[in-house]
Ligand binder design. Structure first.
Ligand code: PLP
Length: 401
């Protein structure tokens, strides 16, 4: 049975070149980057190249000429620092917890949205229990209201953390505007964004976003699982606003201890470059937008597409099938080798209705009748048409039961 994989926001297939790179590093460049012999320094040089390549994917290829060539250095004044972590979840936790632990306010205000990934929401909940004053901004219809944000900022606001692209609806929140608002009102408030679903799908430029910290993750962009990174503005390092959450050997300039996952790091950089580095989002959008349009044209009119009122990415589609629960639909598609998800993969085993969809404005029953389709540039027109036929047929068959 041929397979049609339309769950690319849950994870992606590893690019063969990235897999080859990981294998080569595991079997040949296996030295510890911290070792001072030749095998270690070869590993450290490879890590430096990977780090600079990923930084260049934010700032453009001209950055490569200026980035320092000193192994062990995390970046530069102009281009910030890149801390390698194990995943997007760890990067989000490091960013959020650092800002709170390093602030000198007893009950700091921290602001986020009500549609964040659990990797941010659970962290905010932990800090709320410890006495932080938490504000959740509404994401009704996939949009964050600038005035609501303005009203939430007070003199104790130390952190605003908002994702760039929502993993269930595809909504793009207007961070360039929202983070500028934060900086205009309160220049010392730190702006962090979870760009796990945005990176290489839309432009992620730290300066255009007005962001101080950016989270990314390898397995969403055809690199292996188990590698992520946090980009941090240089100023935050100087002001000691990053506090390690793992204590140990002092890797990553003491900011993230633990022997670096060099096969993952090198494969991450390889995938970034194969995708097109700072231009990846352009090719991605060109390939995926016609597939999205084709899908919309061929879906049964009874299937509703939850389109955000503001901007959105082309590759994530939230589809509601009124009156049908998503689980039987997923199961029937899966039996035909077609893979989609209900809500995000991380929360879909919990049997709770998606907080993102209810925040978007869906009733609990509609949220429970919704699937997420997430496309990749490798998907074909034929796959999209086969998926539409299968979904239309499944919905009809279940409606007769
Ligand atoms: N943030 C968002 C928006 C995500 O979609 C995900 C994963 O689905 C994560 C964070 C977690 O990333 P990781 O799986 O690398 O921990």
């Amino acid at each position: 049975m041929s397979e049609i994989y339309l769950d690319n926001s849950a994870t992606t297939k590893v690019n063969p070149k990235a897999a080859e790179t990981a294998f080569k590093v595991m079997t040949e460049v296996y030295g510890n980057p911290s070792s001072i012999h030749d095998k270690g320094s070869t590993a450290a040089k490879l890590m430096l190249k990977a780090r600079n390549d990923i930084i260049a994917s934010f700032f453009g290829q001209q950055a490569l000429k200026k980035l320092p060539k000193i192994p062990g250095f995390l970046g530069g004044e102009e281009y910030g620092r890149l801390i390698f972590t194990s995943c997007g979840t760890e990067s989000n936790n490091l960013a959020i917890s650092s800002v709170i632990e390093s602030c000198k306010i007893a009950s700091p205000r921290i602001i986020t949205s009500d549609s964040e990934h659990p990797a941010v929401l659970r962290c905010f909940e932990k800090w709320a229990e410890k006495g932080c004053d938490v504000v959740y901004l509404s994401t009704k219809n996939g949009v964050i209201d600038e005035n609501e944000l303005k009203g939430a900022i007070n003199k104790n606001t130390v952190l605003v953390s908002i994702m760039y692209v929502n993993n269930e609806t595809g909504a793009i929140y207007d961070l360039p505007k929202l983070f500028k608002t934060v900086k205009d009102i309160s220049p010392d408030t730190i702006c962090h964004t979870d760009c796990v679903q945005a990176y290489q799908k839309i432009e992620v430029s730290p300066s255009k976003l007005n962001a101080d910290m950016i989270t990314i993750s390898g397995h969403k962009i055809h690199a292996p699982k188990g590698i992520g990174a946090l980009w941090v503005k240089n100023e935050l390092i100087q002001k000691k606003r990053i506090i390690p959450i793992l204590n140990g050997g002092g890797q990553e300039s003491g900011l993230r201890s633990g022997t670096e996952n060099l096969p993952g790091i090198a494969a991450f950089a390889e995938a970034v470059n194969v995708n097109g580095s700072d231009k990846a989002h352009i090719t991605f959008s060109e390939k995926v937008t016609p597939l999205r349009n084709l899908m919309i044209e061929n879906l049964d009119p009874s299937i509703r597409i939850n389109v955000p009122a503001g901007d959105y990415v082309p590759h994530i589609l939230s589809l509601t099938m009124p009156g049908q629960k998503s689980q039987p639909v997923l199961n029937m598609l899966s039996r035909q080798g077609i893979y989609v998800s209900s809500g995000s993969a991380c929360s879909s085993h919990k049997n709770t209705v998606s907080h993102v969809l209810t925040a978007f404005g869906l009733s609990s029953s509609d949220a429970d009748s919704t699937i997420r389709v997430s496309l990749d540039s490798d998907n074909t027109e034929e796959e999209i048409l086969t998926f539409c036929r299968a979904l239309n047929e499944t919905v009809k068959r279940l409606a007769k039961k």
